[in-house]
Design a binder for this molecule. Structure first.
Ligand code: 3EB
Length: 314
């Protein structure tokens, strides 16, 4: 394998580099790992680097934007190419079910050729879903955030087994957003329970129905976001009653548009979830310019958490 094309030279596994400033005065860098209890096989497929065991595949792709054409802008075509590669790999390796996708899009709110770049990204992504006959109403849990610069970066977890999708009754499903948010809808579900009851909460914001609420008020947006996540967790508890999901038991990633809002967002979340909240705070652009904050999370069943903790103490 050519190290030239490796997304993180020197590391023996696929890596998604998230180019976002960490907020607060903790570490300068953070690493999130997904461990497998069984040995993994590593490979690459076109521009994707991946690692898989018998059940699960984790992959990452970084694409530079090339040139636009008659059929689309450079970003639209890059998004389409990335998702086509991804779906082709999943078909070839037999991991048809996406559990979670992390999308990081450079300059996501910039207007270009008369269309916001997030909306261009949505056209390309939607096109690939259509071509591979993937129904958008069984889309994966996902997030889509803006970074200052760099390549389009997408990471994904896929598996042999389908996840259970959760929509939010307080929100219009994203794949059914009306046209005012762009010519093609986003393709993601609000949350999913996958495998051994891992809960994935997609990027969640201050949206009720399909409209942004509390424009200009970061504290109210944070509260509304948590109201949305609370409803998702309640539904997850009904689907997997033994998993023991709770707001305080999740691991959060919090994307804040303006670094200056960090203290207020953090204290709001600590009030709502508790001072022991496990959260990473980063500065990022959110995919609607009126959204000031977005929160995502994942949850591991309590029984597994205890097993983990026991293993760590040994
Ligand atoms: C929203 O609810 C906020 O385009 O994949 C959240 C999660 C958002 C995923 C995506 C977008 C995406 O519409 C934005």
């Amino acid at each position: 394998m050519s190290s030239l094309h490796h997304p993180a030279p020197g590391l023996p596994w696929p890596v998604q580099r998230v180019r976002m400033p960490l907020l607060g005065d903790g570490a300068k860098q953070l690493h999130e790992y997904w461990y497998s209890a069984s040995p993994c096989r590593r490979g690459h497929f076109q521009d994707i680097h991946y690692s898989c065991n018998a059940e699960l595949l984790y992959g990452a792709i970084e694409l530079e934007e090339g040139h636009g054409s008659d059929t689309g802008t450079a970003l639209q075509l890059a998004a389409e190419r990335a998702y086509r590669q991804l779906f082709s790999l999943l078909e070839a390796e037999g991991f048809p079910h996406l559990w979670r996708i992390w999308n990081y899009v450079p300059r996501i709110n910039e207007m270009e050729h008369g269309l916001e770049r997030y909306r261009q990204f949505n056209i390309g992504r939607h096109e690939a879903f259509a071509d591979f006959e993937r129904p958008v109403n069984s889309s994966p849990a996902a997030c889509a955030l803006g970074v200052e610069d760099g390549p389009l970066s997408i990471a994904f977890l896929a598996a042999r087994q389908a996840p259970r999708c959760i929509e939010n009754p307080r929100q219009t499903s994203a794949f059914a957003y009306p046209r005012q948010y762009g010519p093609r809808s986003p393709t993601f579900t609000r949350a999913a329970i996958a495998g051994n009851d891992i809960l994935f909460i997609s990027g969640t914001a201050s949206i009720v129905g399909h409209g942004t609420v509390h424009i200009g008020d970061v504290v109210a947006q944070t509260r509304e976001t948590m109201a949305n996540i609370t409803v998702l967790v309640e539904q997850a508890r009904q689907l997997a009653p033994d998993a023991g999901y709770s707001l305080a038991g999740l691991d959060y990633r919090v994307y804040i548009r303006h670094a200056v809002d960090y203290a207020r967002v953090r204290s709001t979340l600590e009030q709502l979830i508790g001072p022991g909240i496990r959260a990473v705070y980063v500065q990022a652009d959110v995919c609607r310019s009126d959204l000031l904050v977005e929160v995502e999370a994942h949850g591991i069943p309590q029984a597994n958490q205890q097993a983990d903790a026991t293993a760590q103490r040994r």
